[in-house]
Design a protein around this ligand. Structure first.
Ligand code: PLP
Length: 408
């Protein structure tokens, strides 16, 4: 196993200038085997052999580098982790079997009975389950707040508070929360800020630049981007990974399969191309929808009419790949619109090359009471559109077809 690509690129870094993300996402983190393969190798192996007992002893003691067992380290998974570190500007990362494994481990590894967690109420459904139902079962109290209300976060803090957790932009309301202010609040309280950065993508928002301590992704979304594998990743400082996360993950085993890591690694190569196309189309589609008579509200972080437009421009470099909107006529009109679409597919997934539409009130947020949905701004006429990489004119044509069906 040679890491000459690594040392070459770090030489380039120090002698000239850091490589841009698009370049790092093609070349970064490569571990090339003695065969000199061009495409990153898939090391579909559970364990590794040692030349001698002494070598095994040294590797287990940590005196010599090397792989031991794929529950906690594997060369293909390591390439994916390293490439994500370069993209995110993180010192260390651990890949997981799914986004939920990443969220769960990043929270559970940091708390014990008696501790307290504060989270924004607008969370992905399973994240809400972990915070609201799972943590309290183990004696960790949790408080849910309106993520846009800094005073509410402040008021919720206690001396037992260990973690602040949020997603921004949120699902499906695309609300934007102030990462810098919340990182400062967390640190003043002696707590850490954990950011689920899925909706922003690692290209359009860099939570570490605003003080986040841990960034998590569902790699299932834009990182794969082609609807194939589940995956997740946790990024943080070397110290935090080594002291808090490594052993938790090693012993509990939510490991990413090398096969999935290989798919994600190849997904990263085209991530900037896909996200640029998706975000550009999403912005055009948001503007188009805002002009349509049957559309009563459009939510897109970079539109001037977004409630946190200024904040979004400060902490994001693009408005993202999702657009949420309300149609007049409630559920019936929203269903008619979605059913009439021919290119955009009905799916609760997001970040995919294919454009996808979902009706949050009857799918992802069905579990909530109507009052809880209303508090999150999720009405019966709301649709969430995940914009894909198709030609934007075709998507606009499809939406026109949907809107005319919704008008009946
Ligand atoms: C999808 C998603 C998750 C969970 O990821 P899985 O890979 O499906 O486990 C967590 N947070 C957000 C914001 C998501 O969109």
């Amino acid at each position: 196993m040679s890491s000459d690509t690594d040392s070459k690129s770090s030489e380039t870094d120090s002698k000239r200038r850091p490589l841009k993300p698009a370049t790092q996402l093609v070349h970064g983190g490569v571990l090339r085997s003695p065969f000199g393969e061009l495409s990153e190798a898939l090391f579909l192996t559970q364990s590794f052999v040692y030349p001698t007992m002494q070598a095994a002893e040294a590797r287990f003691k940590g005196d010599e580098p090397g792989f031991i067992y794929s529950r906690f380290s594997n060369p293909t998974v390591a390439m994916f982790e390293q490439r994500m570190c370069l993209l995110e500007g993180a010192e260390a990362a651990r890949a997981t079997a799914s986004g939920m494994a990443a969220v769960t481990a990043s929270l559970l590894s940091q708390v014990k009975a008696g501790d307290h967690v504060v989270a924004a109420r607008a969370l992905f459904g399973s994240c809400l389950y972990v915070v609201e139902e799972l943590l309290p079962r183990f004696g960790v109290e949790t408080t849910l707040v309106d993520g846009a209300d800094l005073a509410a976060w402040k008021k919720a803090l206690r001396k037992e508070t260990k973690v602040l957790f949020l997603e921004t932009p949120t699902n499906p309301g695309l609300e934007v929360y102030d990462l810098k202010a919340l990182a400062d609040l967390a640190h003043e309280a002696g707590a850490r800020l954990v950011v689920d950065n899925v909706f922003a993508t690692p290209l359009l928002q860099k939570p570490f630049e605003f003080g986040a301590d841990i960034v998590v992704y569902s790699a299932t979304k834009h990182i794969d981007g082609q609807g194939r594998c589940l995956g997740g990743i946790i990024l943080a400082s070397r110290a935090l990974i080594d002291e808090t996360l490594h052993n938790f993950l090693r012993q509990t085993g939510p490991a990413m399969s090398p096969f999935n890591a290989w798919v994600m690694l190849k997904g990263l190569e085209t991530l900037p191309l896909r996200v640029a196309q998706q975000a550009s189309s999403a912005a055009k589609i948001a503007d188009f929808l805002a002009e349509q008579p049957g559309v009563t509200r459009v939510l897109y972080p970079f539109r001037d009419d977004h409630p946190q437009a200024a904040l979004a421009r400060r902490q994001m470099t693009g408005g993202g790949t999702l657009v949420s909107f309300d149609v007049a006529g409630g559920k019936e009109a929203a269903f008619a619109l979605a059913n009439a679409l021919e290119i955009v597919k009905i799916s609760n997934n997001l970040g995919d090359a294919k454009s996808l539409v979902t009706h949050p009130a009857t799918t992802t947020h069905q579990r909530l009471t109507p009052e809880a949905r209303a508090a999150l701004g999720i009405g019966e006429g709301m649709l969430r559109l995940s914009v894909g990489i198709e030609d934007c004119d075709d998507l606009l044509y499809d939406l026109k077809r949907g809107l005319s069906a919704a008008r009946g």
